[in-house]
Design a protein. Structure first.
Length: 147
């Protein structure tokens, strides 16, 4: 449960992601209409980006892992920025795919929304963290645990 000021920011962030998705759909020749945090197809199907659908939860998970890892602050900041961008790019792909899947089949939409993309976003977060740890380790900025 989010505090009211955070809910406002979360809602605004969701609306921005819907607008980005709408723009990408338009660039690729598709048609959709934005209604706040809702993306609506000409045929009537709509998908709403609610709290929990905007990738903030897995971004917080990634931030927690990066901040807890023993690395230089410069590397942590780079990891937070690059990792957040990677997660949000994947989340926009998720949202657009759900928009099209839902127009095809509500059964497939429910499966993709509730199981497939939830799992893929979590895996994406773990892969981003693993890649960051690998880069930090190669850079030699991880303190030796034996010291």
């Amino acid at each position: 449960m989010l505090l009211p000021p955070v809910q406002v920011l979360d809602g605004h962030f969701s609306r921005v992601l819907v607008k980005v998705s709408h723009g990408l759909i338009g660039i690729c020749g598709g048609t959709a209409k934005v209604e706040g945090a809702i993306l609506r197809a000409p045929g009537g199907f709509a998908v709403e980006m609610k709290d929990g659908c905007n990738g903030v939860n897995v971004t917080i998970l990634l931030w927690s892992a990066i901040l807890a890892f023993p690395a230089a602050w410069r590397m942590k900041v780079l990891g937070l920025l690059a990792g957040s961008l990677a997660i949000q790019l994947m989340n926009v792909v998720r949202f657009i795919s759900l928009f099209y899947i839902g127009q095809y089949s509500t059964n497939w939409f429910e499966f993709a929304h509730g199981y497939l993309w939830e799992t893929l976003l979590m895996l994406d977060t773990m892969v981003v963290f693993w890649l960051w740890v690998s880069r930090v380790s190669r850079a030699g900025t991880v303190p030796n645990a034996g010291d």
